[in-house]
Write a protein that binds this ligand. Structure first.
Ligand code: ZN
Length: 238
């Protein structure tokens, strides 16, 4: 290989690795590097946060019309994502947010009164204008969770693997009866870290067995929670 071709090859490799990096090749080992991918990750109103001091408000009761059935489970490398046959609806702010997917974090990303939980599910919704609303649901260690049990039978082991569920189950069954919640304005917790996300954190803490939590954590092989972000004057209401 002559000098010129060697130089070209290095340039090519350089641009390839940059492309891979810019295409979302981010990880949880260096979350402080995310702002190099997306400037938004340096924003002032980021998630997750510690829900500590709150303001009591007359919050509208949460209303879900979750008629959708769980269809498939996908290993996205940095999380497990669950998709549906039809989107359910979250009614919020006199608007309708369609359920797009839910995924999991272990340990929890948001904290409540400084407490981290071993598992947090994020239900991701979007309205007609593409604005996002995420509902966070915490799990503590306890009894077996029936919904997780059915889903966990078919966990896709490899990144990129997607498994279709034969035993369709309504997403609605995952929600607790007590729908009281905290609310704040934040961001996506992974690049591109876009802000303007309406965050709803359910106060009711669900239970999952130690084994169920471990199964997810082992599958990921590393914690998949972004560090807490500063409030920067934001108000959390309940
Ligand atoms: Zn999430």
């Amino acid at each position: 290989m002559n000098k010129w071709n060697g130089y070209n090859l290095i340039m090519l490799l350089g641009s390839l690795s940059f492309a891979a990096y810019a295409d979302g090749n981010w990880g949880y080992h260096q979350p402080e590097q995310w702002s190099k991918l997306n400037q938004a990750c340096n924003g002032a109103y980021q998630s997750p946060i510690n829900i500590d001091k709150t303001v009591k408000a007359q919050l509208q009761p949460l209303r879900f019309s979750y008629n959708s059935l769980i269809q498939s489970i996908e290993n996205k490398g940095h999380t497990i994502q669950v998709d549906f046959s039809q989107g359910g609806i979250l009614h919020l702010d006199d608007d309708q947010f369609v359920l797009k997917q839910f995924h999991l974090h272990s340990p929890s990303e948001n904290q409540i009164k400084g407490k981290s939980y071993p598992l947090e599910i994020h239900f991701v919704h979007a309205n007609a204008r593409g604005e996002l609303a995420v509902v966070g649901m915490m799990f503590k260690e306890g009894t077996d969770n029936a919904m997780l049990k059915r889903m966990w039978q078919n966990l896709p082991k490899k990144s990129g693997e997607k498994i279709k569920l034969t035993d369709a189950q309504p997403v609605e069954h995952m929600l607790p009866k007590d729908l009281s919640y905290y609310r704040y304005s934040g961001s996506l917790t992974t690049p591109p870290c876009s802000e303007g996300v309406r965050w709803v954190i359910l106060k009711h803490i669900q239970e999952a067995s130690k084994q169920q939590i471990k199964q997810f954590a082992d599958l990921m092989g590393h914690p998949n929670n972004r560090p807490l972000q500063p409030l920067n004057g934001r108000v959390i209401v309940e």
